[in-house]
Design a protein around this ligand. Structure first.
Ligand code: SF4
Length: 375
């Protein structure tokens, strides 16, 4: 059964009613359980859980240190192109926005990659819009081949592919995929994506399954916070993560928490998520998913990122630029959205250490795979 079929059993209004009906006793039971299930997530995301936030944070912290130690993996996005044929209402790269468009040449990609490498990064995320004319699978594979000697792990956050496409990516040295569903509410999804291939809710939803079937080693999911109600989106994200970890148990799963930021086009969040609810969401998902990596981006402020560090986060971006070519020439005029934490990677690293954690630049080497294959 695909996750699309699983999701069909969870009507948005019915889920909202069930979350609203949770009581303090339900929250206490969820907190007390050794292993937690979807029912517990309903309680942990509910308004009834808000007075228990401190207890949730303490458990989330203990659980994370037990499973992951005090390590925070650092990564950086590398934007290859801002060309896009889709019309996502919340995105600065939407085809409707009159912004300068740019796809980097392979020389420019290598220049950007070297800047990140010199800053210490060994994990990078290649990001593009969706424009088959500007950039296709062959381009992406060639870009990865050009820079793979510089990095231990290369992930992509690009247009959804077929399973065969992900196999081509693996051959080129790419080992991870990040794909946000944006919203698990199919109706809202249609409104947010008025035109372009991205309108296909079902195809996007099944993308992590195709990536898992191809054998990708890392898969990241998440919803764009500020579109739908965070409790419903958080619940569906939890269900999705449970489904993927059951079906692709060899794949390392991560969940990200992107909150909508200012972007060209001036989109305002439909359901703003407060800092308090943001913390509740992170703790609730950590308590449901003890082995899943939780990722925080530079969309959040430096102060909030510092405070969230002990609550379950295991990966962070640092020093990010969301404009193609922006690391080497500091031109941010074509950025996807504004970042909030603009500290340098070295500063973020110092802060992580000051908080008693270890900043990790590399937790994987492709040589592991080669050795395993040779045995
Ligand atoms: S979110 Fe992605 S697909 Fe949508 S407009 Fe932006 S770059 Fe294009």
């Amino acid at each position: 059964m695909s996750f699309l079929e699983v999701l069909k059993d969870y009507d948005r209004c019915r889920v909202a009613e069930r979350i609203a009906a949770q009581t303090a006793a339900d929250v206490e039971r969820a907190l007390g359980n050794e292993r937690r299930h979807a029912e517990d997530l309903l309680a942990l995301l509910s308004p009834a859980a808000e007075p228990f936030l401190e207890a949730m944070a303490q458990k989330a912290h203990r659980q994370t240190v037990q499973r992951f130690g005090r390590n925070i993996l650092l990564y950086a996005p590398l934007y290859l192109s801002n060309e896009c044929v889709n019309g996502c209402l919340y995105c600065g790269f939407s085809a409707k926005n009159q912004v300068p468009r740019r796809t980097l040449s392979f020389d420019e990609i290598e220049r950007e990659a070297r800047v990140l490498h010199d800053q210490g990064f060994r994990h990078i995320l290649l990001v593009t819009g969706e424009s088959p004319k500007a950039l296709d699978n062959a381009f992406l594979a060639a870009a990865a081949r050009r820079i793979r000697h510089l990095f231990s792990s290369i992930s992509i956050e690009v247009y959804p592919m077929e399973t065969e496409g992900y196999r081509e990516m693996i051959d080129a040295g790419i080992d991870g995929l990040t794909i946000y569903q944006e919203t698990y509410d199919a109706e809202l999804y249609q409104r947010m994506h008025p035109f372009g291939k991205k309108r296909d809710f079902a195809f996007r939803l099944a993308t992590p399954e195709r990536g898992g079937a191809a054998g990708l080693r890392r898969i990241g999911i998440g919803s764009l916070l500020g579109l739908g109600d965070f409790r419903f989106e958080g619940f569906c994200t939890g269900l999705h993560a449970l489904y993927l970890s059951r079906h692709f148990w060899r794949t390392q799963l991560t969940v990200s928490f992107p909150r909508i930021r200012p972007a060209d086009g001036g989109f305002q969040p439909l359901s703003p998520v407060s800092d308090r609810h943001f913390v509740q969401l992170i703790c609730a998902l950590r308590l449901l998913l003890p082995d899943v990596g939780l990722v925080l981006s530079t969309r959040e402020s430096a102060q909030l990122r510092d405070n969230l560090l002990p609550l379950g986060i295991t990966q962070m971006s640092a020093g990010s630029c969301t404009a193609p070519g922006g690391y080497a020439d500091k031109d941010h005029s074509t950025r996807q959205f504004a970042i909030d934490d603009d500290r340098s990677p070295a500063e973020v690293c110092r802060l992580i250490r000051a908080r008693g954690y270890e900043a990790v630049w590399k937790d994987w080497d492709a040589a592991f795979l080669e050795r395993a294959a040779g045995q």
